[in-house]
Design a protein around this ligand. Sequence first.
Ligand code: AMP
Ligand code: GLY
Length: 421
Amino acid sequence: MKILILGSGAREYSIARAILNENAGHELFFMPGNGATSEQGTNLNIKDYDSLAQYAKQNNIELTIVGPEGPLVDGVVDIFKKNGLVIFGPSKAAAQLEGSKVYMKNFLAKYKIPTARYIETSSIEDAFKFSNTLSTPIVVKADGLCGGKGVIIAQTHNEAKVAISEMLSGKSFGDAGKSVIVEEFLDGYELSMFAVCDGDDYILLPAAQDHKRLKDNDEGPNTGGMGAYAPTPLVDEALYQKVRDRVIRPTLDGMNKEGAPFEGVLFIGIMVVNGEPITLEFNVRFGDPECEILMPLMTSSVSDMFLKAATNRLSEIKVEFSKQYAVGVVMASENYPYGSSKPAEIILDDIHHEEIEKYTHISYAGVSKEDGILYADGGRVLVCVGLGDSIKEARDRAYLRCGQVHFAGKKLRTDIAYQAL
Ligand code: AMP
Ligand code: GLY
């Protein structure tokens, strides 16, 4: 198949890698891709979605896969479908599950899906009043997309009020903060669960854990994610079943009732509190770096799963996973997550070790290529992935690979998967 992938991160690289590993002669295109996806296929630079759909038609692209939330919330799926193209991802209407936290919370409440107690409001008085009824910490969330920065965990009532005021006045997030959610803090352990959905049916992937903070021991600022592993032993079959029955099924049925069938990846951010899964939030795409560790665990065809999901035929296939574990360690550039960093040449040691060769690989994100040389170009640069028969083995292998990657200012956590070890 000719397949177009939207996005530029290691998430998209890892999807491409899994598809190419099928050795089925697929030809890949990326919009925009990065300095390493240019080795996997053709990077495009067509920002306008109507023009991109024309390109896809003229070049007989048979399947488009959307990585990040931005194009989904902007309605790229609707535009491609209007042009008769097959595309994997939710419509603009269904992408509201991520694009608006107010929509998401009200949806959860309407369909009785367990979530943190909350108020949704644009009134500063109401927000203050509700926050006074909560004990600290208090969670304050901007309604719209804020590049992962729109959630404040306030340690005091006063801090909560400052966050509420700054959001509602437009000071912190502009229009995205015009409405806020104020909610109770849930104390438990966090999971990332992913259901690949076709509107009616779904495939639940092995549960993963992300590491959002920049530094070891979950210290430092929040990031997009500094590492992940799967499957996590923190989830047993009973918990998977609760998530199926209490979250995924009612969400698919509810979205159908709302007239916005959910096709695409339903990413459920879960807090497990006293053994019960509570939905923190939805995203409508794969997590990054979670995708990078889930893709290599899939032993059945990844491209076929996306194709069947995009054409409402998931019930026709069986998706299979390896019995192994995967651990991914993110390497970020010097100034991440605060700002950009000077491009730094990436030097990769030659691999002489069979174990590293066989059980590890790299998925690339913030990299550019000039004259055949790969540069770290800011943000999260790459993810070293290790596979193994235990989490420890996978983790040790991922870190062995990290030791063979060099660039000025490289930053990584040394404790990925600690919760499982
Ligand atoms: P979000 O942007 O909604 O993913 O939130 C970012 C992070 O904030 C989540 O991954 C959680 O770690 C944390 N968080 C969000 N809501 C809550 C809550 N009600 N209780 C505790 N932590 C939360
Ligand atoms: N790793 C979390 C996210 O992609 O939002």
